[in-house]
Design a protein around this ligand. Structure first.
Ligand code: SF4
Length: 374
């Protein structure tokens, strides 16, 4: 809904409904079968719940499915994951993005395996003390793995609350209120099922567009449906435009075709991942001369670098990224003085390269192979 457009009417305040009985009865019939989920009458495995919740942060269920299965095949328990080299974990994480999650996942596995005897804590407070587990994830694990009474509020649940109570104020400012409303509905029993039922309802029935109110178990209690404003909620504040950052990437190639990569610093964006050397990522565009003055790849003299046509574009959550690519052929003797790791093209797929770097490399290989204009 455009930010300027407000729902036609506001709901009157009402008492807190008791949605758990209808919601749980619906969940018993319609729950989604997900690879990390315990079947009815099974006990949830905290390792699987934790692994799935970390993967699901900022990533869709459909994307996570194959990754979850691969991780479980390779590292079936927290001890196996703790023993794995970080590079292997980062490599297996490729494509899920937000690589800080993978580093924290590995650190968390080591803490649980080495300091806690392989046993995940069962309270929100203790879970939050572990690497990579914030308020939402702690609540989700406590509820789903240990059936603790916890208020698990993700985007799906916010949407259901906004509609159930016909909250007209826009997100994100209204988040705290939606969280409070959700807290008032959590039942004392079957807390894990309740949390997953709300998520399922948001994902399959109370969808962002065209909510299926006629088959919704909460239809009788839903104020937005009664007011005819379900699809207009939740309202959202207008988004500020994302800024753009710029860089030049330097793709150095040895005579045998190997490419120079380096590892990013552990802290910060894409920390610990491999990359093609680049300039700083900044708001102003770079010229090649200016970028070369920084000598990002000392093995090639300035005259060797050739700027390729075209721009590589990549969208991060908080900014758009535009990268100009320069390529240089480096002699075998000069290559020895370069800082970084020379990787043969065949072995690139074994490197923990984030998506943006794969795009840069693909652009460089395609453009540098293309015939040059006369
Ligand atoms: Fe969502 Fe419609 Fe159900 Fe209300 S009745 S919770 S709007 S699907």
């Amino acid at each position: 809904m455009p930010a300027s457009r407000k729902p036609r009417r506001s709901a009157k305040a009402i008492g807190t409904p008791d949605i758990a009985p209808d919601l749980l009865a619906w969940y018993d019939r319609h729950r989604r079968r997900l690879p990390w989920r315990a079947l009815p009458a099974e006990t949830a495995d905290p390792y699987r719940v934790w692994l799935s919740e970390i993967m699901l942060q900022q990533t869709t269920v459909a994307t996570v499915g194959p990754y979850f299965k691969e991780f479980l095949d390779r590292w079936p328990n927290v001890f196996a994951l703790a023993r794995a080299p970080l590079d292997d974990v980062l490599h297996a994480w490729q494509g899920l993005g937000y690589y800080a999650r993978a580093r924290n996942l590995h650190r968390c596995a080591q803490v649980v395996a080495q300091d806690l005897g392989g046993v995940f804590p069962d309270t929100e407070a203790a879970l939050r003390a572990l690497p990579g587990i914030g308020a939402y994830t702690a609540a989700a694990i406590a509820a789903i793995a240990f059936d603790r009474k916890a208020n698990v509020v993700d985007g799906n649940v916010e949407r259901v609350m906004a509609r159930l109570f016909a909250v007209a104020e826009p997100l994100p400012g209204v988040k705290d209120r939606l969280r409070e409303l959700a807290a008032g509905l959590v039942p004392a029993r079957r807390c894990g099922d309740y949390a997953q039922a709300l998520m399922d309802l948001g994902a399959t029935v109370c969808t962002p567009r065209k909510p299926k109110c006629v088959i919704c178990p909460l239809m009788a209690q839903c104020q937005a449906r009664a007011l005819g404003i379900a699809e207009e909620l939740p309202a959202r504040e207008a988004k500020a435009n994302k800024p753009t950052r710029h860089a030049i990437a330097f793709v150095a190639l040895r005579p045998d075709g190997a490419m120079l990569l380096r590892r990013r610093e552990e802290k910060g964006m894409l920390g610990g991942m491999m990359e093609v050397p680049t300039t700083a990522w900044r708001a102003a565009r770079w010229t090649l001369d200016e970028a070369q003055a920084q000598a990002p790849v000392k093995a090639a003299p300035r005259s060797r670098w050739r700027q390729l046509p075209g721009i590589v574009r990549h969208g991060f959550t908080h900014f758009d990224f535009e990268i100009v690519v320069a390529v240089a052929r480096v002699s075998a003797s000069a290559a020895g003085s370069a800082t970084g790791r020379w990787v043969s093209l065949d072995a690139l797929s074994d490197q923990a390269l984030p998506t943006v770097m794969k795009k840069i490399i693909a652009h460089a290989l395609k453009q540098s192979a293309a015939p040059r204009a006369a």
